[in-house]
Design a protein. Structure first.
Length: 1002
């Protein structure tokens, strides 16, 4: 009875907490919710030279210059000019991870996309089902299978567009979901499963006989990954055959290994479709290539070839050549090819040697495509993007204009005049580059540079020396890099003799102390500290993890035998520290988080630590700590982002403690479900202004996390990290599939936190100082393929707020007609007078007036007014010196650039014929970007000369206009003279006299 009461009491205590949490998530701060963030939009800066992982490629069956490319973590891209230019065509959909793309051969306007790439990697993202486009990718519709998470392949019936087969691998991190072979006979309106079980067995590959669409082959696959381990095979893995269009299946076993099968790639001979090939993973990443000559009824092992590297789970796609019988290509670290049906394999020519990076092509291949018109043509998709060959792999052309880089983390320095951004990438090393350039066109690939090779991870910068930075490779490969000399010093801390093996997380955390620039920290299973930039190290904690034997933990639903399909090479180190943070307010107050469910804090530099299990936050005991951040204003406050998606739990978890971890409050609130939270940063001036990086965008909170708003200007993509560049007030974001993004000068958000501006008719927010320089044109005629990313808007960029803008006559009519149309009512003709009034009406205009420090008017800038927040820009030039004439379209000449100094801006709105002041004047600066080599005239002389030039130029324009008008009249006189009824010599003489007088006096 006592035990029962305890259980009931526990249950009652739990219910209100969950109800409160749910209530908090549903609460909305209506005042904050109405804040417009339209003015705040990220710009993507690439880079393009690294690109990213490709999952699938489809070449248009009727136009071989049109390609569709599925990025494993970057959406869908299309080119209609053989890669000269690319367009992202999936940015507004709900998923960014793509597993498969297929063009309907009987109607190429129909394109199918399966979301969630089909690799077993540790950082693979999940999808939300299958999409269909009826217009070549212009628009998309989700047609279900939303619980599939990972789709491997799609095949459309060659003669019936309504019949489609989908290989659904299903969730990687958990059992269940939708997995198996799914079929539709009505174009995707309904799906039914014909192969696979509901727990662990999905379908990783399918192939159709080109002669008989009812003859289909499918490969099933059991696999499961957790934070701790990966198992790449099971009893459900195998090869299956259907002779009735996928309605029923027979497992093929004759000649196939009996147990512990893993990932299987299958292919069919174009020349002799009775011949089937299979690349089969067997025990512990071993395997072989098998061949059948009787439609899969019996198989012969041809060789022991299997995809290597991190394991077959990451590759294993098998292709046959459409041009050469028995020619096979096996996707692998380096492509393996066979010309004898799989007996012998060799590395495809001109592949990169593993130890040398100055070679012709990146490794890690996942997709291949052929052109039926060209037997020497190959296209391959790698971890670094797309390559093509026109000479059967002797040489490769790399596409440098696909910005698909998967950045794990981001860091910035304080370099002048433009700070640099650094980050580590998936399999493309670490890189850095400027946040902006002084070039007119933008940021090109040539200004980026590698800082480290291999898989790149966390970077950090030295607050004293802009050319000293830190970069890491996977599992703690810590380096100090001198950007001036290129020197890379390996500074990973090493255990003492007799210490246990030093476990480092795949994405090892590093930080630079805010109290001492020479002090740095790194986390393994314990926290390490260096006082000399990594030259020597001391551990300042013990083991902060569970320190378990991962083989004893459940996987595939239970504890497994050591003889089962453990893929040890594919496992990251486990029981490790994942995040570190030191309070900027109190030296020695350090926080850490682990991958197995612990938070730790020390207030004395590591002398003693307090352990906080994540169960104290109400979370499952092994929830992964993604990020931990000490508050910038209160030493007792900390923020923690947590993640349990590797247990199949896709919910967002974000917590705050104000008492050093004694109690916790959830602040994820209105963040959507299925949205992982990766990182949090706090503004360094306004304590309630927070930003978070999530699985599907970047969010801002203007009230300390009570309510979150998504910041516009990004595609659907995962953001793994954020950092604030304090000098410029920029928010820099690292996306996992589309490179870096920058939110330029978000400082207006600080004033928006206070919300006083909402009580006024409008507001002009103070901008950061403008950089004065003449944009350079450093590029020649580079062609359309040359990659250029966007620079910040040149000039002084102002953020404004308008409470309301008068509706135009036309907008009122449109709104009324829309309402009538929605009710299926007749829409009346407005009348010609009303339509004429619409044409003559001028919408409300914003006017930004710029004055110098002496009150002189420098420039007026106007644009159409819009409700909410927006941007208006002054280009740092004086008003035009041109005289106003009736000759519209006559050439214009802008005024010269202003000189450095302080200026004042006032915002007006012009509506209904009246000019109304909104806000101002506000003061801001214009600063010279850099001095020239040769000393020129002073700015005072420049201003004086500009004023004199303006007077002279206006006089010149006045005479020029008079001359032009008189010349026009003379031309008319000549024409009139030729139309007179009687010509006389006196008329011509008189006309010539007039001309000569005009020429002599002019």
């Amino acid at each position: 009875m006592k035990k029962l009461l305890i259980i009931l009491l526990s249950f009652l205590l739990f219910i209100p907490m969950e109800t409160y949490s749910q209530r908090k998530r549903n609460q909305k701060n209506t005042k904050t919710e109405n804040v417009s963030l339209n003015a705040f939009k990220f710009r993507n800066i690439g880079p393009g030279f690294l690109s990213g992982r490709i999952a699938d490629i489809a070449i248009h069956p009727e136009n071989e210059n049109t390609w569709y490319v599925a990025a494993g973590s970057g959406g869908v891209w299309m080119t209609d000019n053989a890669g000269t230019t690319w367009n992202p065509i999936f940015d507004n959909e709900s998923s960014y991870s793509i597993g498969a793309i297929t063009i309907d051969s009987s109607n190429p306007n129909i394109v199918w996309v399966g979301t969630g790439e089909n690799v077993g990697g540790r950082h693979v993202a999940y999808g939300d089902g299958i999409y269909k486009s009826m217009d070549g990718g212009k628009s998309w519709k989700n047609l279900g299978l939303k619980k599939s998470e990972h789709i491997s392949k799609i095949i459309v019936h060659p003669d019936n567009s309504d019949v489609v087969w989908v290989a659904v691998q299903g969730p990687l991190w958990s059992s269940g979901g939708e997995r198996g072979l799914y079929k539709t006979t009505d174009g995707g309106q309904n799906w039914y499963k014909t192969l696979g079980n509901s727990e662990w067995t999905g379908v990783t590959d399918i192939m159709i006989d080109p002669r008989n669409p009812n003859l289909i082959y499918a490969a099933t696959w059991d696999r499961h990954r957790t934070v701790a381990a990966y198992m790449g095979g099971g009893p459900g893995s195998g090869i299956h055959k259907s002779e009735d269009g996928g309605e029923t299946w027979k497992k093929l076993t004759n000649g196939i290994p009996k147990s512990n099968l893993g990932k299987i790639g299958i292919a069919i001979s174009y020349q002799k479709p009775d011949i089937i090939y299979a690349a089969i993973e067997e025990d512990r990443t071993k395997g072989g290539v098998y061949r059948s000559t009787d439609r899969g009824e019996s198989w012969k092992k041809m060789s022991n070839t299997v995809s290597g590297g991190t394991g077959p789970h990451y590759y294993q796609e098998l292709y046959t050549s459409p041009h050469e019988f028995d020619r096979l290509y096996l996707m692998n670290v380096h492509i393996l090819t066979s010309k004898d049906g799989g007996k012998n394999f060799e590395q495809l020519t001109n592949e990169r040697n593993f130890y040398y990076y100055f070679d012709k092509k990146h490794s890690d291949h996942h997709a291949m495509a052929f052109k039926h018109s060209d037997p020497d043509y190959l296209m391959v998709g790698t971890d670094a993007g797309i390559y093509e060959s026109f000479d059967d792999a002797k040489n490769w052309h790399y596409f440098l204009n696909l910005p698909l880089t998967q950045f794990y983390k981001v860091a910035v320095n304080n370099k002048e005049p433009f700070y640099h951004i650094f980050g580590g990438t998936q399999d493309n090393g670490s890189a850095g580059g400027p946040s902006a350039t002084d070039e007119e066109y933008g940021i090109t690939n040539r200004v980026w540079y590698k800082t480290l090779m291999a898989d790149g991870h966390q970077s950090a910068t030295d607050p004293v020396y802009d050319d000293i930075m830190y970069a890491t490779t996977q599992e703690g490969g810590f380096h100090r890099v001198d950007l001036t000399t290129g020197e890379q010093v390996y500074i990973k801390p090493q255990p003492e003799e007799g210490d246990p093996y030093e476990r480092f997380n795949w994405d090892t955390p590093i930080i630079v102390s805010p109290h001492n620039p020479a002090r740095i920290y790194i986390g393994s299973y314990r926290v390490w500290q260096s006082e000399n930039r990594g030259d020597s190290w001391n551990p300042i904690s013990g083991d902060q993890t569970r320190n378990e034997n991962r083989i004893e933990l459940p996987i595939l639903g239970r504890k497994q035998s050591w003889d089962n399909s453990w893929d040890v090479k594919a496992m990251s180190q486990y029981n490790t520290i994942t995040s570190l943070s030191e309070s900027p307010l109190k030296e020695g107050l350090i926080w850490s988080g682990t991958d197995d469910g612990f938070i730790h804090v020390t207030t004395d530099g590591g002398e003693s630590w307090k352990e906080i299990p994540v169960t104290d936050l109400g979370l499952p005991e092994r929830t992964f700590v993604n990020d931990i951040k000490a508050d910038l204003f209160d030493e007792n406050t900390v923020y923690v982002s947590l993640d349990n998606h590797k247990e199949g739990d896709l919910n967002p978890y974000l917590f705050k403690s104000t008492d050093l971890g004694e109690s916790w409050e959830s602040i994820s609130n209105n963040i959507p479900e299925r949205t992982l939270i990766w990182r949090l940063v706090q503004d360094h001036i306004e304590k309630d202004l927070l930003f978070i990086a999530t699985e599907f965008g970047v969010y801002a909170s203007l009230n300390g996390g009570e309510y979150w708003q998504k910041i516009p200007g990004t595609p659907t993509i995962s953001f793994r990290d954020l950092v604030i560049q304090k000098r410029e007030n920029d928010l820099v974001a690292a996306s996992f599939g589309r490179g870096f993004f920058v939110l330029d000068d978000y400082s207006a958000l600080r004033e928006m936190v206070k919300k006083e501006y909402l009580n006024s008719e409008g507001k002009l927010f103070k901008p950061r100082d403008a950089k004065l320089f003449k944009p350079r044109n450093a590029l020649g005629n580079t062609g359309g393929q040359y990659y250029v990313a966007e620079n910040p808007t040149f000039g002084a960029v102002f953020t404004y707020y308008l409470k309301d803008v008068p509706e135009t006559i036309k907008s009122k009519r449109k709104k009324m007609e829309s309402s009538l149309n929605s009710q299926n009512q007749d829409i009346p003709f407005p009348g010609y007078d009303s339509l004429t009034a619409e044409m003559r009406e001028k919408p409300a205009q914003l006017l930004l007036s710029i004055n110098d420090s002496e009150g002189n008017l420098i420039r007026n800038v106007n644009q159409r007014a819009s409700k909410g927040t927006g941007k208006i820009v002054w280009d740092l030039k004086h008003k035009s010196y041109n005289t106003i004439t009736s000759r519209s379209g006559w050439r214009q000449m802008s005024g010269p650039f202003v000189t450095p100094g302080n200026y004042y801006a006032t915002l007006y709105i012009q509506k209904d014929g009246a000019l109304e002041k909104i806000d101002g004047p506000i003061e801001f600066g214009v600063n010279l970007l850099r001095e020239g080599v040769l000393k020129g005239a002073s700015f005072e002389e420049y201003n004086s000369h500009a004023a004199d030039l303006a007077i002279i130029y206006k006089e010149y324009l006045k005479y020029y206009d008079t001359f032009s008008r008189f010349q026009s009249k003379l031309n008319l006189l000549e024409k009139a003279l030729m139309l007179t009824e009687s010509l006389s010599e006196e008329m011509f003489i008189e006309l010539e006299n007039v001309k000569s007088i005009f020429v002599n006096q002019g």
